[in-house]
Design a protein around this ligand. Structure first.
Ligand code: NDP
Length: 451
């Protein structure tokens, strides 16, 4: 039995049976690090694979809270502290009804290697709850955040485990989580990033994931004598990552023409009206249907009206496609449409948004593919800058943070390119990201001995 089969068997024995997302993430890493494993017998000697695929700690807790009608509500809360070989656990918190151990384990596993790729000293974790923020009042959101933090605050700390935002957890939620931690511990410990500026957040953190995605893509393209300038781009999602990706695309002279949410998709051939998009999604927290009502050039297609189940966004001809909504949102039908419309590059803003069969198709058709671990690492990188600013009480300007973000994204790309050359990977950036991230974590594990 080779190491991949052995690891998958071990994962099947020890993980929840509904672990499809985790297995998908695991298999991608295991398969792509083969050239590394062949050249480094010490990883087998130290049994690194079996050790790296099991989380150090999985915390599951009950979250009780009172809604506005004084009904007692109950949700499941989780924190997966996967690996802290490189530094304190670091990873976001997601509030979404789909949250379960499988989703969080896949996200935490990916986070280990993403964090390693930044070159910064942070481990990998992820947490969240199956709580749906949609339709909840501000008071209910606050109550839920307070109960969530009360249930597990004693498992985190600025040099133990640092939380952050993710789907359903923006500045508002981060502020409430932080406030409750402060109340319970009587400390202003920096246990969460993506904080509002008034609580010590970093300038540029809100924009970092979306901006970083576009910086990474432009660096990669420039290396191929290409640019995003003047190019039509398709973006999915309309949350934090998508909105700031669209903003940076405009800054670089590209033309983003799509966005989407959980109910439908927009194609705006005149280019997405960013101010209108922000008003609808960030201020009103409403459906994109309203975008089309206010903008004549926009076509709105409801998800269920696009009958084959795929996302309408991928049917729009484009030079570059940026899936920025959620996992497994770019399927084989979307990939076929993008390829037949001559797409040149796919860069993942969301975590694991592309199904494995679609990735295979892109690779077979020589479409450049920038995986999430590298392309969306800008968010966590600026979170670490936030931690540093909090600890030193020394704050950077927006321009300083933005410049550091550009440098980090460029470094990630150039290290991946070097890895491609070293292992003869061509432009297989998936393998390069996994090899580079795995190597850094594995070496740190070996250096620390068997714990
Ligand atoms: P937000 O909650 O701000 O936005 C998520 C967007 O995705 C919304 O437009 C939402 O629609 C849409 N969406 C959610 N579920 C689905 C679905 N099943 N089908 C179609 N659309 C859907 O999240 P973020 O922008 O912060 O995160 C997006 C992705 O990026 C996630 O994968 C996240 O893990 C990843 N990421 C985020 C980082 C960050 O800094 N925020 C850092 C690195 C990765 P609706 O408005 O209807 O809910």
């Amino acid at each position: 039995m080779n190491y991949i089969d052995k690891a998958m068997k071990r994962a099947t024995e020890t993980n929840c049976k509904e672990g499809a997302n985790f297995f998908q993430a695991l298999k991608e890493v295991l398969v792509s690090i083969e050239p590394l494993i062949q050249n480094h017998p010490e990883y087998e000697y130290h049994n690194i694979i079996e050790r790296i695929i099991s989380p150090n700690r999985e915390i599951r807790f009950k979250v009780e809270w009172l809604d506005d009608k004084n009904n007692i509500r109950v949700n499941n809360g989780y924190r997966i502290q996967f690996n802290n070989a490189l530094g304190p656990y670091k990873g976001g918190v997601r509030f979404h009804p789909s949250v379960n151990t499988d989703i969080l384990k896949f996200l935490a596993f990916e986070q280990i290697f993403k964090n390693a790729l930044t070159g910064l000293h942070i481990g990998g974790a992820k947490g969240g709850a199956d709580f749906d923020p949609k339709g909840k009042s501000d008071n209910e959101i606050m109550k839920f955040c307070q109960s969530f933090m009360s249930a597990f605050y004693n498992s985190i700390g600025s040099d133990i485990d640092v939380l952050g935002g993710d789907m359903g957890v923006g500045e508002r939620e981060v502020g409430y989580l932080f406030g409750q931690y402060k109340l319970l511990t009587n400390s202003y410990d920096s246990i969460i990033t993506s904080k509002p500026l008034s609580l010590g957040g970093s300038l540029g953190r809100t924009e970092a994931t979306g901006y970083g995605l576009i910086y990474f893509t432009e660096t990669l393209l420039q290396d191929q004598n290409e640019t995003l300038k003047g190019k039509i781009c398709a973006v999915s999602g309309s949350g934090n990552v998508a909105i700031h990706a669209i903003e940076k695309l405009y800054d670089l002279g590209a033309i983003p023409v799509t966005c989407s949410d959980s109910r439908g998709a927009i194609h705006d051939s005149n280019g997405i009206d960013l101010a209108l998009l922000k008003k609808i999604k960030l201020e009103r927290r409403a459906s994109l249907e309203y975008y089309a009502l206010e903008r004549k050039s926009a076509v709105y297609v409801k998800n269920d009206a696009f009958s084959n189940g795929s996302n309408y966004v991928w049917q729009i001809p484009c030079f570059a496609a940026f899936p920025c909504a959620t996992q497994n949102e770019l399927d084989i039908i979307g990939a076929q449409a993008l390829i037949s419309n001559n797409v040149k590059i796919i860069a993942e803003g969301a975590n694991m948004p592309t199904v494995p069969e679609a990735i295979d198709l892109f690779v077979k058709n020589k479409i450049i593919f920038a995986p999430a671990k590298a392309a969306n690492a800008g968010g966590v990188a600026v979170s670490v800058l936030e931690m540093g600013q909090n600890n030193s009480l020394n704050y950077f300007s927006f321009e300083e943070v933005d410049q550091k973000l550009q440098n980090i994204m460029s470094n990630i790309y150039h290290h991946m390119k070097k890895t491609c050359e070293e292992y003869d990977l061509g432009t297989d950036f998936i393998a390069a990201a996994n090899i580079l991230g795995f190597k850094r974590v594995a070496n740190a594990m070996i250096a620390q001995g068997v714990l």
